[in-house]
Design a protein around this ligand. Structure first.
Ligand code: 6PG
Length: 269
């Protein structure tokens, strides 16, 4: 992967990695996910816990499609420890199961049906329930069964892959919406965005509890939002993801990073 954006006064050094194109971005993201999983598997093996699993939450939308396709093909297909990795959804649009707008459908088409992912390792939001509030509750119950944490705690995903919308949203947490406020919930029903359907989403504290958060940002239309998030604009939900015991990385292509590079005083190498 490319080194971080350079520049003496660059405030984003060590956090923002810029590559030249959307295809390079997808390759960098697949490599980054593979690297996190490989490292985690090595740590678990050293601790003599060969049966421990690795928890990864994946976003929907358009940007990560190619990343998932790359992960499900060689060389990752043969190397990735599919049996040990459990996959979760960051968010889902409240549409019928199988609907083309569903993030689960996208994940199935690009990753779960292509790679040797055991069915029991896939944990998705079930939109067959009567409404998004019930769906959110059921998804949270499934997460609580998978992550036994003390009352008041939050699950610690090994990796969460996030996108950023043009309005600065992340997951299905939209600017100005009450769901973006921090509470004790792990999963909530939410509103906003395109397509204009209700959503079910992980909350800010869950995103911030992850060991590794990777934002994937592509295209000039995202330049303003990425710059705002890197600058810490509190109005943007993506800015509020701040792992206290983890690491956040932004992977961007040059068009998406253009404003951050210009204003940050650095340049891609
Ligand atoms: C969704 C996503 C969402 C996404 C951003 C960026 O349901 O749309 O999970 O949070 O990550 O909207 O989406 P794009 O990659 O399509 O721009």
């Amino acid at each position: 992967m490319a080194p971080p954006v350079s520049g003496g006064e660059n405030p984003y050094a060590e956090r923002l990695f810029v590559v030249s194109s959307a295809e390079e971005l997808a390759r960098a993201a697949a490599g980054r996910l593979w690297g996190i999983v490989r490292e985690r598997a090595a740590v678990l093996a050293r601790g003599g816990r060969p049966v421990s699993v690795i928890h990864v939450a994946l976003s929907g939308g358009e940007t990560p499609r190619r990343t998932y396709e790359i992960l499900s093909a060689e060389p990752y297909r043969a190397r990735f420890p599919w049996e040990r990795v459990h996959f979760y959804q960051v968010d889902e649009r409240w549409v019928p199961p199988g609907d083309p707008r569903s993030n689960r459908t996208m994940l199935r088409e690009t990753l779960f049906s292509r790679a040797p992912v055991p069915e029991s390792n896939v944990h998705c939001v079930d939109t067959g329930f009567p409404g998004p509030s019930v769906g959110a509750r059921r998804y949270e119950e499934a997460l609580r069964a998978a992550f036994p944490v003390p009352p008041g705690g939050f699950p610690r995903f090994d990796a969460i892959l996030l996108g950023i919308g043009e309005d600065g949203h992340t997951a299905s947490l939209f600017p100005g919406r009450p769901e973006t406020a921090v509470g004790g919930a792990w999963v909530v029903a939410s509103e906003g965005g395109e397509p204009p359907v209700p959503r079910v989403t992980l909350t800010i504290p869950v995103l911030s509890a992850a060991a590794q958060v990777v934002f994937l940002v592509s295209g000039a239309k995202k330049a303003r939002a990425l710059y705002g998030v890197l600058s810490g604009d509190p109005a943007l939900p993506a800015s509020r993801v701040s792992p206290s015991r983890g690491k956040v990385t932004f992977l961007a292509d040059e068009p998406a990073a253009s404003l951050a590079i210009r204003k940050g005083g650095g340049g891609s190498r």
